[in-house]
Unconditional design. Sequence first.
Length: 148
Amino acid sequence: MLARVSQRTERDCVIATVATVMGPPYTYGRVQQAQNRYPQTTPDGMHAAWWETYLWDEGFPNEYHPVARLHSIVGPPANIVGIVMLRPLSGNHGHVIAVDERGCINSATNWPERILSLTELLDEYWRLGSPYTPEEIFLAIWPQCSRQ
């Protein structure tokens, strides 16, 4: 089961979420420093998912799967966790969340420790006036394979 690492700024959800899925000894500060070693944009100007390579470099195998299979892939028996990317439906910035066997972990402040399902999390964002939709794929991560 993952322990939430909270965001420290409005736009640092990736750092907090990556620290959450990696778990101790990977703190917010350690992940924040590590991100500087990886390209933040692609040659054509797109945002790079630097965390994929960072996870691999630190011994966390990962691969993409359809978000429709999220709750059938995450959890036992392999203890797989996930990172779900959320696309804004209005002028918001994108957001990422962690998912484990007990639900969705939103690094944003003032949220409960877990929300049971992605649907409930998205409904809450709609209620707050900041609608998101999940990307069609999510990143599945095998944390027990790490070499800490």
